[in-house]
Design a binder for this molecule. Structure first.
Ligand SMILES: CCCCCCCC/C=C\CCCCCCCC(=O)SCCNC(=O)CCNC(=O)[C@H](O)C(C)(C)COP(=O)(O)OP(=O)(O)OC[C@H]1O[C@@H](n2cnc3c(N)ncnc32)[C@H](O)[C@@H]1OP(=O)(O)O
Length: 218
């Protein structure tokens, strides 16, 4: 991420972030939560999902995997904490801020023209016939569009609507160029656009409205 990037209202200490609503008006930004290997941990989870998407385990392997996965889930369950303190979504040093539910993206620049990122849809984002699932494309746009809106209006926003035009196949396992930008700001409303390219080829476009949250808004 560029050093001079403007950022929405942020906080590094959760204690400084009074929680007044169901969706915080501040975004925690961290680089240490979850420890130095949280990125590797996330990547192992993505690899697991990639493998599961294409796995056809014979019954005896399924028996073994179920036991191992149950043990892993028990261990993970014991480490669960609340949404506001969890590393996922706050680790700006990691792909998709360490949120494994998002298509992994790396923000390459944030400037007056918006947010620029490289996004890679994985095997587990398969829709069909080697193309990314349209819903996952929308997920990438929602997060990166929310980011561009937050930067433009200096506060966390919620999506009011989001339309995607699927112009051509969005390939898997290919670093794609994503760009989202605030096209127009009108009070709390941020009309935001976006595009994802595979080289010169336009894969998808976004047209969305994000609304800045009022203080304490649920
Ligand atoms: C240096 C490092 C920096 C790093 C920084 C990293 C930080 C990154 C920052 C950030 C990244 C994270 C990004 C995440 C993004 C994800 C976002 C989501 O997925 S949100 C979940 C899905 N969305 C919902 O669940 C919303 C459900 N809907 C609602 O809650 C409400 O309807 C809401 C908030 C959208 C609006 O409700 P109201 O009560 O606040 O406001 P009202 O008065 O209804 O609307 C305000 C204006 O907007 C128009 N409006 C509202 N909805 C509209 C619609 N669907 N279409 C057209 N206009 C609409 C209205 O007509 C009104 O316009 P008039 O002011 O009168 O001109």
């Amino acid at each position: 991420m560029s050093d001079g990037a403007s950022s929405p209202e942020t906080t590094t200490e959760i204690e400084e972030d009074p929680h007044e609503g169901g969706f915080r008006a501040h975004t925690a930004i961290t680089t240490e939560r979850g420890g130095p290997r949280y990125g590797e941990f996330s990547e192992q989870v993505r690899a697991l999902m990639d493998n599961v998407r294409y796995a056809c385990p014979p019954p005896e392997v399924a028996d073994e995997l179920i036991e191992q996965l149950a043990a892993i889930n028990e261990k993970l369950d014991a480490t669960r904490i609340d949404e506001w303190h969890s590393p996922s979504g706050t680790r700006i040093d990691l792909p998709a801020r360490g949120n494994i539910t998002l298509p992994p993206f790396e923000v390459t620049d944030v400037n007056d023209d918006g947010v620029f990122a490289t996004v890679t849809f994985r095997d587990f984002h398969l829709g069909g016939n080697k193309a990314a699932h349209g819903g996952h494309v929308a997920v990438a746009f929602d997060d990166l569009g929310g980011y561009a809106s937050a930067v433009a209006i200096q506060g966390v926003c919620r999506t009011a609507y989001l339309t995607v035009q699927y112009r051509s196949i969005t390939p898997l396992n290919t670093p794609l160029q994503a760009h989202t930008w605030a096209d127009r700001v009108d009070g709390r409303k941020v009309f935001t656009k976006g595009a994802i390219y595979d080289g010169d080829r336009l894969c998808a476009e976004m047209d969305a409205l994000f609304i800045k949250l009022n203080p304490g808004q649920q």
